[in-house]
Design a protein around this ligand. Structure first.
Ligand SMILES: *[C@@H]1O[C@H](CO)[C@@H](O)[C@H](O)[C@H]1NC(C)=O
Ligand SMILES: *[C@@H]1O[C@H](CO)[C@@H](O)[C@H](O)[C@H]1NC(C)=O
Ligand SMILES: *[C@@H]1O[C@H](CO)[C@@H](O)[C@H](O)[C@H]1NC(C)=O
Ligand SMILES: *[C@@H]1O[C@H](CO)[C@@H](O)[C@H](O)[C@H]1NC(C)=O
Ligand SMILES: *[C@@H]1O[C@H](CO)[C@@H](O)[C@H](O)[C@H]1NC(C)=O
Length: 400
């Protein structure tokens, strides 16, 4: 509890600093106050600007609970965590290089996106995070279960529409990680709409996510970009916009745009998204196409030091009240049950408390759609071909 209050204070303090910073500078670098000039600045062809910031100056280390950390630029996940998912041959899909041009940032620095005043103002219009924690008063006779996810229900907020596959939400579940290889699409989203595909790990009110999204409010354009999201029940943010994620990669970063996206009956591009718990250190690592990008340090959660109790895979869209719903995935319902026309998450995997694969081949998982008229999802526990295994297909046209 103390930690929670502290976390809230930290964020308030942080926002104040950000505000002061905005008053004084034309450009803001991430959420960090400029005190040292960047070692190098990288501009992408999509107009993004990344500053190569000293590893120890990155946003995460503004978290007071990380004051005495011993994290360093050569940090690697411990041995078992490093074991990659069998990403399969890409016989039907294309891997696209995601690195920043020019080799990325110099050793000892990490790329931090520079945000303009306009970006920060626009980001104030971001809707509240999808999950609201709804604490159900437990019966007096059953106070022991108060901390269970059964009594702390998580409900999707109004405005969000989901089409997902998930595990059950059993507080006794102990998942040490999960992954998916997701097809990258570019569903049309404008204004405050967004359309995304994500892998989500949940324990109580602690939630971490990764995937791709089209989100003009967050990024200022309609490109499909890699994202992460952090939520501890009180504070939440995307990418590196709050002190919650330590980035170690010098050349692949969050918020980066995909050069190419999939087309129906055309070329397919996909990416492996993986989140794994470090059995030794207790941090949650993010891997993109099996490259370690960074981690959510155990210190930033009040109670996510070990396992996740629920995992979700699939699509989510958002539209503010009175605005039509955007398309999800490829924009088609998964009626054809085909990875050549439908958005998919293939080779979905789940790890147990030892970090080992739980066999999901052939076992059906629960599906959930908030709005089956607009978006649907199907679970295919054994998709034909060794490249797919347990696959989910999801999507829909929205209100076009
Ligand atoms: C699919 O499952 C089979 C059988 O377990 C396994 O041999 C194969 O490596 C899996 N494919 C992928 C891409 O993981
Ligand atoms: C992405 O698309 C461009 C043209 O649209 C093409 O030149 C390039 O080779 C593609 N990249 C990959 C990795 O397929
Ligand atoms: C990205 O950086 C890593 C070290 O962090 C390096 O091993 C790798 O070769 C780099 N890749 C590219 C495309 O620059
Ligand atoms: C519930 O969680 C709080 C804070 O995480 C802890 O202090 C308390 O002992 C827990 N209660 C039970 C019944 O486990
Ligand atoms: C994205 O925005 C550009 C420029 O505003 C526009 O030309 C393009 O049609 C948009 N793409 C989609 C998929 O909405």
């Amino acid at each position: 509890m103390e930690k929670l209050v502290m976390n809230r204070r930290i964020i308030q303090h942080f926002l104040l600093l950000l505000f002061l910073c905005l008053m004084n500078y034309e450009g803001v670098r991430g959420t960090k106050i400029l005190n040292k000039p960047p070692m190098k600045t990288i501009k992408t062809e999509y107009g993004d600007v990344y500053d190569c910031v000293d590893f120890y100056d990155q946003p995460a280390f503004h978290h007071p609970l990380l004051k005495n950390h011993n994290y360093h630029p050569q940090m690697k996940p411990s041995l078992l965590t490093k074991e990659s998912i069998p990403t399969a041959s890409r016989s039907a899909t294309t891997l696209q290089p995601m690195g920043l041009s020019d080799g990325g940032c110099p050793v000892g620095t990490v790329p931090i996106r520079r945000y303009t005043k306009e970006d920060v103002i626009r980001q104030k219009l971001l809707p509240p995070p999808e999950d609201t924690v709804h604490v159900v008063d437990p019966p007096l006779t059953n106070r022991d279960n108060f901390n269970d996810s059964k009594t702390r229900r998580i409900k999707p907020l109004k405005g969000y529409k989901l089409a997902i596959v998930s595990t059950d939400d059993n507080p006794n579940n102990k998942f040490g990680g999960a992954s998916m290889i997701a097809a990258i699409y570019n569903p049309r989203s404008t204004g405050q709409q967004h359309s995304a595909c994500r892998l989500k790990l949940i324990k109580g009110k602690n939630i971490i996510q990764t995937g791709w999204r089209v989100d003009p409010t967050l990024y200022g354009d309609n490109r499909t970009r890699v994202f992460i999201h952090f939520h501890d029940g009180t504070n939440s943010c995307f990418d590196l916009l709050c002190p919650s994620f330590v980035i170690v990669s010098q050349n692949i970063t969050l918020g980066q745009a995909f050069p190419n996206t999939s087309t129906i009956h055309g070329k397919l591009y996909d990416m492996a998204f993986q989140i794994k718990w470090d059995q030794e250190k207790g941090n949650w690592w993010l891997f993109l196409d099996n490259v370690a990008i960074g981690f959510w340090p155990k210190e930033v959660f009040d109670d996510f030091g070990n396992f996740a109790t629920k995992v979700e895979w699939g699509g989510v869209v958002y539209s503010p009240a009175g605005v039509l719903e955007p398309p999800m995935g490829s924009g088609l319902y998964p009626l054809m049950r085909s990875t050549t026309v439908n958005a998919y998450c293939r080779v979905i995997t789940l790890l147990n408390d030892k970090g080992l694969n739980i066999d999901l081949l052939g076992s059906k998982l629960p599906t959930f759609s908030t709005t089956p008229m607009l978006y649907t999802v199907i679970d295919v526990p054994n998709y034909p071909g060794l490249d797919y295994n347990h696959t989910i297909l999801y999507g829909g046209p929205g209100e076009i």
